[in-house]
Design a protein around this ligand. Structure first.
Ligand code: 9MG
Length: 275
C-alpha cells in the first residue's frame, strides 16, 4: 500500500473522499446507512480518483447528537471490513473516540482523522502504538455548541499555536512526525470571517512543516458567501476553494465531489508545474 502522507514533488494534492455513515450529517446524512449503498458509493469514489476514503459514524455538524461507542462501531466496522474485501484503498477513520479508532484500525483502516486532535483519553498513546498516520484538527469548543459564539483575537495565530502544541504533544507521546498531518478546522468554532481569514492565510500553515489537510467541501461558509445556498448548491464554490487550497499547498483535500475536484486539481497542478 502507498504511504498516505507521502507527497512526491509536483504531484497533485490527494483527494480524501467523504463517506458519512450517519443519519444526520449536514450534506449526505442518511444516504449511506445501508452497507450496499455505502459500498457502491466507495467504488464510485475510487473510480473517480479518490486517494483515501474517510469514513465517519458520528456527525460533527453543529448541534449533532452524541453517539455511543457501540453504535459508532456498528456503523463503521462492517463497512471497513467490506471495503477491505474489494480494495486496498487507504481508509481513514473519522472519529474522536479511542475505542472506535482501535477497532477501525484492527478492521483495516490505515489513518485516524480526529477533529478533536487526539485529546480523548488514550487516543494519542494508541496512535503512537499503532504507528498510523493521523490528522489533528483545530476546533474551538465542542460540536454541539461550537458555532454559538466563536471568538478569537487573531484566528490565524491562535489556530497555528494550538496545532503547534498538539504536534509537540504527539511527538512527545511517541508519534512519528512523518505520520502527522494538520488541519485548521474550517467551520469548527469559527464565524464566516474567521473561516475566510484562515483560508486567506493558509500558506502560513506551511511554517509548521507538516502536510496540510483542508476540508471545506459544501460547508456553510460557502453557502453564506453564495446568498445562503443550500448544501446541494455548493459544488462550484467547493471546487473554487479546493483549487485555491491546492494552490496554497494543501496536500489533502477532504471532499464530497471527487470527480469534479480531481479535474480541477489536474488544471491547478498543470499550471503549478510549468516554469
Ligand atoms: C470529519 N470532518 C468534518 N469536517 C472536517 C474537516 O474540515 N477536516 C477534517 N480533518 N475532518 C473533518
Amino acid at each position: 500500500m502507498k504511504e498516505i502522507l507521502d507527497f512526491p514533488s509536483g504531484s497533485p494534492a490527494k483527494i480524501m473522499g467523504i463517506l458519512n455513515v450517519t443519519p444526520d450529517s449536514f450534506s449526505d446524512g442518511g444516504l449511506f446507512v445501508k452497507k450496499e449503498a455505502a459500498l457502491n458509493y466507495v467504488q464510485k469514489m475510487i473510480l473517480e480518483g479518490a486517494d483515501i476514503i474517510d469514513i465517519g459514524g458520528e456527525s460533527t455538524r453543529p448541534g449533532a447528537n452524541d453517539v455511543s461507542v457501540d453504535e459508532e462501531c456498528r456503523r463503521v466496522i462492517p463497512l471497513i471490513n467490506a471495503i477491505r474485501e474489494i480494495s486496498d484503498i487507504p481508509i481513514s477513520i473519522d472519529t474522536s473516540k479511542t475505542q472506535v479508532m482501535q477497532q477501525a484500525i484492527l478492521a483495516g483502516a490505515s489513518m485516524i482523522n480526529d477533529v478533536n486532535a487526539l485529546q480523548a483519553d488514550g487516543a494519542m498513546a494508541l496512535a503512537a502504538e499503532l504507528k498510523v498516520p493521523v490528522c489533528i484538527m483545530h476546533m474551538q469548543g465542542k460540536p454541539r455548541t461550537m458555532q454559538h459564539t466563536p471568538s478569537y483575537k487573531n484566528v490565524v495565530s491562535e489556530v497555528k499555536e494550538f496545532l503547534l502544541q498538539r504536534i509537540e504533544a504527539c511527538i512527545d507521546a511517541g508519534i512519528n512526525k512523518n505520520n502527522i498531518s494538520i488541519d485548521p478546522g474550517f467551520g469548527f468554532g469559527k464565524s464566516l470571517e474567521h473561516n475566510l481569514s484562515l483560508f486567506k492565510h493558509l500558506n502560513e500553515f506551511s511554517e509548521l512543516g507538516l502536510p496540510l489537510l483542508v476540508g471545506v467541501s459544501r460547508k456553510s461558509m460557502i453557502g453564506a458567501v453564495l446568498n445562503d445556498a443550500p448544501a446541494d448548491q455548493r459544488l462550484y464554490g467547493s471546487i473554487a476553494l479546493a483549487t485555491l487550497a491546492a494552490w496554497m499547498d494543501a496536500k489533502i483535500l477532504r471532499v464530497h465531489d471527487v470527480k469534479a475536484t480531481v479535474d480541477a486539481l489536474k488544471l491547478c497542478t498543470a499550471v503549478k508545474n510549468i516554469d
